[in-house]
Write a protein that binds this ligand. Structure first.
Ligand code: OGA
Ligand code: MN
Length: 289
């Protein structure tokens, strides 16, 4: 007789994006439970697990269950990798011995999708909270399926077949990426073109794929026309019912789908420490919808 697994304890957020999964210790996840987590992730795009106690090795081995990992991007100060953990990206404002231990400082991080300036951006990112300031530094996510669906039919029609450049100059904290010359001309800035409307490789749902607003450029248009169309599209990102934010607690782990969401972070008081460890799971070239 086969024993069936109890259903996963899934608590969807009140908006149509994100869910908290309760009662799970990510250090000891069976294959069956992992499959349930994976399908909940496809359903909700963002999953929150509270009260986790993971070493870096455990964070990396949980992340590897989703697929091969991408190496972490180079830090703003040129530091390549955390010693011994090339997959680990540190997001932090902490300065030790005069050197930032991570990226993004304490300012706002604007709306973005991770590493979409690459030809094959990561499909998922996992962010784990080690130290959290008393307030601020919340991370907000937006449902890019819902955003696409919310557009007027005429605008959707105009977007069909277009490609958008995802800028490789600036990161979401506004810092120039290591080794890149700052430029504010989106026609010549480094980056990668992707379809503006992408099909989710696993569910087939269409979603907007915007990356970042800064230095974005729509292929084949005059600069002014590209800017106007981008501003028009971005004006729809102001819809509260498409967004959810996490007020972090130490031990929170948030897993998100970079193919169906974008995210941003509020600023926080630079006098407080915030330390997050992130991994990123390899993805594929985003397919056109
Ligand atoms: C990231 C990111 C925001 C935050 O790790 O990709 O954008 O809340 N982090 O630290
Ligand atoms: Mn990010």
């Amino acid at each position: 007789m086969s024993t069936s697994l109890p259903p996963l304890d899934v608590h969807p957020n009140s908006v149509g994006l994100g869910a908290e999964i309760r009662g799970i210790d990510l250090r000891e996840l069976t294959d069956e439970s992992f499959n349930q987590v994976y399908s909940a992730w496809l359903d909700h795009s963002v999953l929150l697990f509270r009260g986790q106690q993971l070493t870096d090795e455990q964070l990396i081995s949980f992340s590897r269950r989703f697929g091969e990992l991408d190496l972490a991007p180079i830090q703003e100060n040129g530091r390549r990798f955390v010693d011994g953990f090339p997959e680990l990206y540190i997001v932090s404002n902490v300065i030790e011995n005069g050197e930032a231990i991570g990226s993004l400082g304490s300012g706002e991080a604007v709306w973005h999708t991770d590493m979409s300036y690459l030809p094959e951006p990561p499909k998922a990112s996992i962010l784990y909270a080690l130290e959290i300031p008393p307030s601020g530094g919340n991370t907000e996510f937006m449902d890019m399926f819902g955003l696409y669906e919310s557009l007027p039919a005429q605008l959707k029609e105009r977007l069909r077949g277009l490609r958008i450049k995802h800028d490789g100059t600036y990161n979401s904290g506004g810092y120039v990426r290591h080794g890149v010359t700052a430029t504010d001309d989106p026609r010549t800035s480094p980056g990668t073109f992707h379809p503006l409307v992408c099909k989710h490789p696993e569910t087939g749902r269409p979603g907007l794929y915007l990356g970042r607003r800064r230095n974005a450029y729509i292929e084949g248009l005059e600069l002014a026309a590209s800017e106007a169309l981008l501003d028009e599209i971005w004006s729809y990102t102001n819809q509260k019912q498409l967004a959810w934010h996490n007020v972090w607690k130490v031990g929170d782990l948030v897993l998100w789908d970079n193919r169906s969401t974008m995210h941003r972070r509020d600023s926080f008081d630079a006098g407080h420490r915030r330390v997050m460890h992130r991994t990123q799971i390899k993805g594929q070239t985003p397919p056109s919808a």
